[in-house]
Design a protein around this ligand. Sequence first.
Ligand SMILES: CC(C)(COP(=O)(O)OP(=O)(O)OC[C@H]1O[C@@H](n2cnc3c(N)ncnc32)[C@H](O)[C@@H]1OP(=O)(O)O)[C@@H](O)C(=O)NCCC(=O)NCCS
Length: 255
Amino acid sequence: MAYSEYIGRGSIRPRIVPSPSESERAGLKVGRLLCGSSTAWETFDPTLLLAQSDLDLVIMRYPSEQVGIAEKLSSQEYTCFLADTLLYLSVDLTGSTRKPSAVSNYRLSACASESRAPLVTEIFRGYTNHYSANSLLGGLATDSAYADWADSQSMADHKEFLQIENSLGQVVGIAVLDLEEEGWDELTLVGIVPQFRRQGILTDLLELLKERAGDRGKPSLVTSTQTHTLYSLRGFCDAGLRPCLSLNTLHIVKY
Ligand SMILES: CC(C)(COP(=O)(O)OP(=O)(O)OC[C@H]1O[C@@H](n2cnc3c(N)ncnc32)[C@H](O)[C@@H]1OP(=O)(O)O)[C@@H](O)C(=O)NCCC(=O)NCCS
């Protein structure tokens, strides 16, 4: 979920919306319970919204510090899975934290549309996200879901699908950026081709992305990942990114 989706929903009252693409892929009625940064958590009762929904599965993301949400949902009517936790990280690109660019052995270029899905499939093979937590979604392989999503990115004009090449012209990784917000560029997908991992390329890639965002006049770079992807988190920290938001993903199944 994009950082702006949570922050931008600040003024929107929590609501449930159907999710046609997930419903079609899962063969179930799937929807999302959307809530934003200004939700009044002390009084918010998700069961009131769920009572009006006929969905089989509702996926909800809420700030991890709202630990009481799980208790509000504990009843005989629902089964809840804590499906993952997304950690958002950002780095300030203004002032003294922005370093002069170092000479890099790598370069960024646009990733051709026909290369996107194969690269995403190779990089995310076996990757687990919140779909993996729920047997109802067992048929949704995460790598193919990401590949479908990668294809859809060619339709969005505020997105940038980049590849990183080494000095031999080999594609060693990918980065998808959302450029829509004035306050930040958001790295929505990042990965290194398996044979090129553990060489520090993630950090090089992040430095190039920081430079690119800074050159565009963006004051920060934001990204997110599941908390179990420790190697990406280590790489993000190596590149100066720091945690700024944590969202838990709940799968709520109604009986
Ligand atoms: C996560 C990923 C991007 C890391 O890329 P990478 O170029 O191999 O990362 P780096 O070489 O810069 O390593 C980053 C850190 O993780 C550690 N690390 C990376 N792979 C590791 C492994 N297999 N075992 C132990 N440590 C590992 C490195 O030592 C480094 O930590 P350090 O700076 O504390 O030493 C890559 O493994 C990948 O694409 N994975 C699949 C997709 C994915 O997880 N994407 C990110 C989620 S959004």
